[in-house]
Design a protein around this ligand. Structure first.
Ligand code: GLC
Length: 417
């Protein structure tokens, strides 16, 4: 071998060993939802293709959002650096930000970029004047209904909850084995989302604008009484509703056993899949009913963001992934593959996305105006009180009035802590 060749080889070896980016790739640990249908893998593969040198290692979290929060909190309490990025529920930014567990993303996710997103998810990720997450999916509670049944029995889409109860009773009288409505009423975050929509629509609130606890009101009692009666008096909800997660309500609706269902738009995909649903082509979507005649319909703002751990050793790469996960391209893949609701405005006008989600046109205003749950670093505790007290009323262990009073007292104690 010539001397010059040996020299070149030695130089190359030296460069390879001394410049770390040549030798190492960054692996981001992404704590995410339990397995879906390959859509998220497709997004991750796209990211890895366009970002050589960064790999994403997926770690699955439990299905239930309340359990996800418990799992993540335990890891973060130990200041463990094994999480780089994670899927965060829309109510979590104040919890994680105030604990010092996440990195503010203002330097990565500029105000100009944020303007391309819906206001609701951006506001939810903004806390103490900083942005803490990149929303890649929003969510909003909606009413699914059986178009064929309403037509057959000549009933209109219910505007109020009372109308929904009446219509359910009317159809149930004539259709054996049918029930009126189900949602996620088990003792977890889903129950709070479902219940608050009813509470708000009666004019009740948990906190006012200044953060005072204003739950104890005749409106809140009326709203909770409606839920109690749906289960115990009118019996329009299926047996075991107090143990229903979102998937349980879907299973009943897709089996053709429900007239109405309260769910998120992600239920749409399966409702239209003949392998999973008996109601393909018979499903309509509409805003949730109101409590008060002529009043406004409320839909809980849900959704998911990527947050970056403050203990990550790869914050820059982590922020790059967060932005990619919320990019137009990735949101389009998820809107088509999983009927996940986009957080970027422009995706709602995409023809291919609209072909799979034709309801976007009529429901855009509902998605735009989805209403946030209370914004507080103590959200998990507040939510847990609501879950327990609402279930006590639903199971007749307390009257609606007692449950509301007791919930108010406990929430006051939590927030004045
Ligand atoms: C959905 C929503 C999320 C909500 C959860 C409750 O995943 O996107 O915001 O907290 O349901 O189960």
């Amino acid at each position: 071998m010539k001397k010059s060749m040996i020299f070149c080889l030695l130089i190359s070896l030296f460069i390879l060993c001394t410049i770390p980016s040549f030798a190492k790739e960054v692996v981001l640990n992404y704590y995410s939802h339990a397995v879906e249908n390959g859509t998220r893998t497709e997004i991750i593969e796209e990211f890895e293709k366009t970002h050589p040198g960064i790999k994403v290692n997926l770690v699955e979290l439990p299905m239930n959002t309340s359990k996800k929060l418990q799992t993540l909190s335990t890891i973060f309490q130990a200041q463990d650096s094994s999480i780089d990025i994670f899927d965060a529920d829309v109510i979590w930014p104040p919890i994680f930000a105030s604990a010092g567990w996440v990195e503010p993303l203002d330097n990565y996710f500029t105000a100009e970029e944020r303007a391309e997103f819906l206001d609701g998810p951006i506001l939810a990720n903004t806390y103490m004047n900083k942005i803490w997450g990149v929303p890649y999916r929003t969510d909003a509670g909606i009413l699914y209904y059986r178009t064929d049944l309403l037509e057959k029995y000549n009933r209109s889409i219910p505007n109020t909850w009372n109308e929904l109860v009446e219509t359910s009773l009317y159809i149930m009288e004539q259709e054996a084995d049918m029930k009126g409505i189900a949602g996620s009423w088990a003792q977890y975050e889903g129950l709070v989302c479902n219940a608050l929509e009813i509470f708000w629509s009666y004019g009740a609130k948990v906190l006012d604008e200044e953060g005072n606890v204003v739950l104890n009101s005749p409106e809140a009692v009326e709203a909770l009484q409606l839920m109690v009666d749906m289960v115990n008096k009118d019996k329009i909800t299926p047996d075991g509703i107090i143990n229903f997660f979102s998937g349980d309500a879907r299973a009943q609706f897709f089996a053709g056993k429900l007239i109405f269902m309260r769910d998120w738009p992600s239920g749409w995909r399966k409702s239209q899949d003949p392998e999973q649903s008996k109601v393909v082509g018979k499903v309509g979507m509409t805003p949730l009913p109101t409590g008060i005649e002529g009043g406004r319909s409320y839909s809980t703002l849900g959704g998911w963001q990527i947050m970056v751990s403050n203990f990550s050793k790869h914050k820059k790469e982590a922020a790059e992934f967060a932005k990619f996960r919320a990019s137009y391209e990735a949101q389009k893949i998820a809107a088509i593959g999983l009927t996940h609701l986009p957080s970027r405005k422009a995706v709602y006008a995409d023809a291919e996305v609209l072909a799979v989600n034709p309801y976007y046109k009529d429901m855009y205003n509902v998605f735009l105006n989805a209403y946030p749950r209370p914004k507080t670093p103590f959200y998990a505790e507040v939510s847990s009180v609501l879950q327990v007290e609402i279930q006590k009323a639903l199971t007749l262990k307390k009257t609606a009035e007692e449950a509301i009073k007791d919930a108010t007292k406990q929430i006051e104690e939590i927030l004045n802590y």
